[in-house]
Design a protein around this ligand. Sequence first.
Ligand code: GLU
Length: 323
Amino acid sequence: MAENTKQKVKGRFAPTPSGRMHLGNLMCALLAWLSAKSQGGSMVLRIEDLDRERSLEKYRTLLIEDLDWLGLSFEEGPGENGPCAPYDQSRRYPIYEQDYRRLLPRIYPCFCSRAALHAASAPHLSDGRVLYSGVCRTLTEQQRKERMRLRAPAYRIAVEDTVIGFTDGVQGWYQASLAQECGDFIVRRADGVLAYQLAVVLDDARMGITQVVRGRDLLSSTPQQIWLYQLLGFSVPEFYHIPLLTDPEGKRLSKRDLDLDLGILRQTYRPQQLTGMLGYLCGQLPMPQPITPAELAQRFDWAKVPRQDIALPRSLLSDLSKL
Ligand code: GLU
């Protein structure tokens, strides 16, 4: 339990409703929930539906149902439920505007096409992203006006030449040079949609989130997000980047792997069995055994969560194939 002197823990689960949740998404929700609850904290359910084309109402409904089915309750969100409402990103634009304006002195329009960005000469980073050269940073007002007539620009923020490091609760120390490993990044897309990198910071800060639990694939985004927190004068939450679930061959699960989505899992397992399975995979139980999330929270220990990705046992998949 958190000591009285400490700030109360507030965690969150922030899914994008672009498909039915799979086991990996559920593991993330469960770990975030267990972490907050084991420290006497509360949980927010935020729907990350900024990308209206990818986000579907039916998946929003299903993910709320699936979380409820497992036994995960949220003190705040989704929709209008709570003091920081709305909890659906697509409805938070008026809230984003005030902070966006504070960043304007560093924001500039970028007219580069996708092809230009991926030109062979562009430096590629270890994770496959391209380091932006900064060409549009130095355009004159006149050049900007002319280009504006031809295409709608995306908007980038000019980063500082600084190294941002932090201690992740699972992965340990991580650092990156913003100028060399991140570059000026997009904060608003050409279609007007606020970029994930900015929205996630504004939401976590304005919702008072103190700990962020999410997939290890987002570890490399965290330095730029921490820099945004600092730039805006927000306090930085704790981060826990959890391992990803893979198939027995080590291939990462995706929402396209329909065989492990909650629709199928719910036909085979009871919620307590699935919680026990996830508890086992995350090092919290010596073997899979039926348990509720509330019971698991009483023995939850971050030190037991593995750092490396977790390959699903073949036995789990064969249980499902008997359907
Ligand atoms: N919305 C993101 C996703 O569904 C998660 C972002 C985050 O947790 O920061 O992958």
